[in-house]
Design a protein around this ligand. Structure first.
Ligand SMILES: *[C@@H]1O[C@H](CO)[C@@H](O)[C@H](O)[C@H]1NC(C)=O
Ligand SMILES: *[C@@H]1O[C@H](CO)[C@@H](O)[C@H](O)[C@H]1NC(C)=O
Ligand SMILES: *[C@@H]1O[C@H](CO)[C@@H](O)[C@H](O)[C@H]1NC(C)=O
Ligand SMILES: *[C@@H]1O[C@H](CO)[C@@H](O)[C@H](O)[C@H]1NC(C)=O
Ligand SMILES: *[C@@H]1O[C@H](CO)[C@@H](O)[C@H](O)[C@H]1NC(C)=O
Ligand SMILES: *[C@@H]1O[C@H](CO)[C@@H](O)[C@H](O)[C@H]1NC(C)=O
Ligand SMILES: *[C@@H]1O[C@H](CO)[C@@H](O)[C@H](O)[C@H]1NC(C)=O
Length: 641
């Protein structure tokens, strides 16, 4: 008996029907042409209604410009201006408001074939995919159907220009939404790219509160690369222990670490107690047997030969750094965190929590075979099996398993491999360049410490604790008793030896804020160090809210004056998440041009829980009227604004 006995429906209509019931099933059974129809199917899902933007008044001069031929405008510059004006008009007329009604709840699910409680949205895990076009406005009416806890959702990678209260960070941009309450998130997706959304209250992301957010180019705009169809791979890791139990363990004395994940998930699906490639495994794990309709059955990527596919890959893991490979196929990286990069080919790719990539894949291999797609753990001694699925050519049934072993994930501690990949990422020519100098440099040393016996992460010796009143409200209204008024330091004691455990493990706790002058250029140097145990320094992917930053460089050991000479100011990639390697530093530059209060933190969920983050506030007096529902708690609970 074959391991994968997928049934393929010959009738397109039946496929469509199934797709409507479960959009994810479409990815697994769809043919290339069907996948092309993905966007339109998503738009027709019952919970995704598109409402046209109220039409701009037909101003006579607009009408005139719209019907003009740019060439008749004369000089080159004017023609260029004319094209820009036309494309702006095009964008504004094409933009839509996309409404969603979501209910967040705990429900039973079996992401890795074992039943546990997961967080779902409208009964789905992962949550529904949002698909929009650049310039669209997304409106999500989020109802909290949890029984006893609040909820918020962060739109990861969306800068929230002009809507800092919609960033979805509890205690920072808004109050957690109480059980039974509904909060309206309304924000613009201004740039195309591969994004995702997730819970940002406690460790709700680890509980499964996440989904994809894909923004296509605006009408009339084209990607700088070609592809025939696309797949979406949202990667995560999964624990059998509940998030509540994980949180309690992390906040206990003695400390109880969450351990390594039981499973890795691709689009919310993994296999805990069996393997699709058991005979190649070195453990005694048994072979998975699926009929195909199980919710933990892998989604097969069904492809046609001689085509180019775009894989949109995003990682919302709680802990794991991952490596993805497709047997026999190279991938060309074209997008990172919503920004185009100089295309480069790889056999495998490292992806850290909070990052996203698009890669192009040519189906140029023997179409009478299927190929393993594998995801394995990097950066920590892995105790979790690879997640596997298949790239299946249309000529070959998906039930025909490859006869060769899945790709072997590079050794977890082969950091040279990780660095080689990370350092190959450059901005595509023509991308915005960083300012040549900075106004302020903030060096952030991370250390693992103790606080009255509890284990914490601290930044410049301050472990972040969030206040009960959201910063956005307390800063705007000048409520000085809402959080620590003392700013955390811009640097650390230069005599601190980053290569050794702290001589004095004790640290401090605080809720202070880095106040950044609006429109200034800030350099952040993330400095890694030894953790509590000797010779241990971990990988930390840092994510900035409200901005992209340029990644100017990476280095080993302690950042020193003069290291800025090695910065790449020519074509550094723009990203919203960047990793610091063990015992190393990473240099970032951003322009503080987005009024609001923004978190900047390690995207590893338990690390943030243990205090590994900082808060940047900028131009809060310039923030427009904040919806009062966002501030209906703490000291802002009865403020009128
Ligand atoms: C794993 O699978 C084996 C055999 O299929 C079964 O006996 C065992 O109970 C399973 N273990 C778990 C933890 O599900
Ligand atoms: C199993 O062990 C063999 C020999 O040590 C090794 O070549 C192979 O890569 C291992 N397989 C996996 C899936 O790790
Ligand atoms: C793919 O293209 C190559 C060369 O362009 C051609 O030789 C081959 O027959 C094609 N394969 C299929 C399955 O169409
Ligand atoms: C990694 O690269 C460094 C510098 O290129 C080299 O000195 C070191 O030996 C490499 N480490 C491994 C494990 O290959
Ligand atoms: C560290 O803090 C503990 C209390 O939690 C205290 O007993 C100890 O003396 C402190 N150690 C140093 C070196 O300050
Ligand atoms: C951090 O703060 C603690 C408590 O005040 C202090 O004992 C320790 O020396 C500080 N560590 C550093 C590296 O400044
Ligand atoms: C910041 O820059 C933006 C545009 O770059 C400008 O509109 C705004 O007025 C500037 N604000 C300040 C306080 O300089």
């Amino acid at each position: 008996m074959t391991a994968l006995a997928y049934k393929y429906h010959s009738q397109r209509a039946r496929k469509r029907k199934k797709a409507k019931l479960n959009f994810k099933a479409l990815v697994s059974t769809g043919t290339a042409s069907l996948n092309l129809a993905l966007a339109s199917v998503i738009n027709r899902l019952p919970n995704t209604t598109s409402i046209s933007h109220p039409k701009s008044p037909r101003h006579p001069s607009w009408f005139y410009i719209q019907n003009m031929d740019c060439k008749s405008w004369g000089s080159r510059d004017i023609v260029f201006l004319c094209i820009i004006v036309l494309s702006l008009i095009h964008v504004s007329l094409g933009a839509k408001v996309r409404h969603f009604k979501w209910e967040v709840e705990y429900m039973y699910g079996a992401p890795d074939c074992q039943e546990h409680v997961v967080m779902g949205i409208n009964g789905q895990f992962p949550g529904p995919t949002i698909r929009a076009k650049a310039g669209d406005t997304i409106v999500v009416d989020l109802t909290n159907k949890l029984h006893t806890e609040g909820v918020v959702i962060h739109w990861h990678g969306i800068r929230q220009l002009g809507t800092p209260w919609a960033d979805g960070t509890a205690s920072i941009s808004q109050c957690a939404i109480n059980p039974g309450e509904t909060f309206e998130y309304r924000f613009k997706v201004d740039r195309p790219g591969t994004y995702f959304y997730h819970g940002h209250y406690g460790m709700q992301r680890s509980a499964g509160l996440y989904g994809s957010l894909i923004v296509d180019m605006a009408d009339g705009e084209k990607e700088p690369f070609h592809y025939d169809a696309e797949f979406n791979l949202l990667l995560s890791d999964w624990w059998h222990k509940s998030v509540h139990e994980q949180e309690v363990g992390l906040s206990s004395n003695p400390f109880r670490w969450i351990g390594e994940p039981q499973s890795l998930l691709i689009n919310g699906r993994g296999q805990y107690n069996c393997s699709l490639a058991a005979k190649f495994s070195n453990s005694s794990i048994s072979q998975c047997k699926f009929k195909g309709n199980e919710k933990c059955a892998p989604q097969v990527l069904k492809v046609r030969p001689n085509k180019t596919y775009r894989l949109r890959i995003a990682s919302t893991t709680a802990l794991a750094s991952l490596n993805l490979a497709i047997k026999g196929h190279k991938m060309v990286v074209v997008e990172a965190d919503g920004n185009h990069v100089q295309p480069f080919a790889v056999n495998d790719l490292d992806i850290y929590s909070g990052e996203s990539y698009s890669v192009l894949l040519k189906t140029d291999q023997n179409p009478y075979k299927n190929y393993w797609v594998s995801i394995g753990v990097r950066g920590r001694d892995p105790k979790t099996n690879q997640a596997l699925t298949l790239l299946s050519y249309s000529a070959t049934p998906a039930s025909k398993l490859p006869t060769t072993q899945p790709p072997v994930t590079p050794r977890w501690d082969d950091y040279n491999h990780s660095k080689a990949f990370t350092k190959s990422i450059y901005a595509l020519m023509g991308s915005p360049q960083p300012p040549k100098t900075y106004d302020r440099r903030i060096i952030l040393l991370n250390t693992q410490n103790r606080l009255n016996g509890f284990v914490k992460w601290a930044i410049n010796n301050v472990s972040l604790v969030l206040p009960s009143t959201p910063y956005l409200g307390s800063i705007k209204f000048g409520l000085n008793n809402a959080f620590d008024q003392k700013s955390p330091p811009d640097n650390y004691d230069s005599s601190y030896d980053i290569m050794k455990p702290a001589p004095n493990q004790n640290t401090t706790q605080g809720s202070g804020v880095y106040s950044i002058t609006l429109n200034t250029t800030v350099d952040v140097i993330l400095q890694n160090a030894n953790a509590l145990a000797k010779d241990v320094s971990e990988i930390h992917p840092w994510h900035l809210h409200g901005h992209d930053f340029w990644v100017l460089g990476y280095g080993e050991g302690k950042f020193k004056d003069g290291d800025e000479k090695t910065f790449n100011l020519k074509n550094p990639p723009l990203r919203n998440t960047a990793v610091i390697f063990p015992f190393g530093w990473t240099a970032l530059r951003f322009v503080a041009d987005n009024p609001g209060v923004w978190a900047f933190h390690c995207h590893i969920e338990p690390h943030l829980h243990m205090g590994m983050g900082v808060i940047f506030a900028q131009g809060v007096h310039r923030v427009g009227q904040i919806p009062k529902e966002a501030l209906a708690c703490g000291l802002t609970g009865n403020k009128q604004n």
